[in-house]
Design a protein around this ligand. Structure first.
Ligand code: MG
Length: 166
């Protein structure tokens, strides 16, 4: 607990990263939105790289381990699961420790297709799940400049940082 301008605050920063392999004939979900693409993400769940990175950022800020600790990728219960359900469960976990989200800032590394047209829809989904205004959810998209496996569209990656308040 710190005191800033005579106000007691308990702010916690969190950080998350996730990677999923890309393959043909798979759906691509990013931030809870289905993206039209010839390549989709492979994973035990729906492989939503952005929601997984946000889950880990929230869990990290609340010191609640990581997404794999809570939702094992070998548990049949989570096979093909909508990652929006996982994020809503993570929100319940941080709320149980008295935390709420202040904001999140994220970057998705995807060579193609362009993510920018989808960002308003993604912000809407994530802000509803985190129970914050759309302004508290920043989503940035970048390519990997055709370099390495990400640049060759072999994988997609997401980074997220968050701030929680108690
Ligand atoms: Mg993942």
């Amino acid at each position: 607990m710190r005191t800033i301008s005579n106000k007691k605050v308990n702010l916690r920063i969190g950080y998350g990263i996730d990677v999923h392999r890309l393959e043909e004939n798979m759906p691509l979900f990013i931030g809870g939105v289905r993206i039209e693409s010839d390549l989709g993400a492979v994973g035990h769940s729906d492989a939503d790289v952005l929601l997984h990175a946000i889950c880990d950022a929230l869990l990290g800020a609340a010191n609640l381990r990581d997404i794999g600790y809570h939702f094992s990728d070998t548990d049949p219960k989570f096979k093909g699961i909508d990652s929006k359900i996982l994020l809503s469960e993570v929100v319940k976990l941080i709320e149980a420790k008295g935390y709420s989200t202040v904001n999140v800032d994220c970057t998705v590394v995807l060579e193609r297709p362009k993510l920018n047209p989808h960002i308003p829809a993604i912000q809407k989904v994530i802000s509803a799940l985190l129970k914050v205004d759309g302004d508290a959810v920043s989503i940035k998209a970048t390519t990997h400049e055709q370099v390495d496996s990400f640049g060759a569209s072999e994988a997609v990656k997401a980074y997220a940082v968050c701030l929680l308040d108690k």
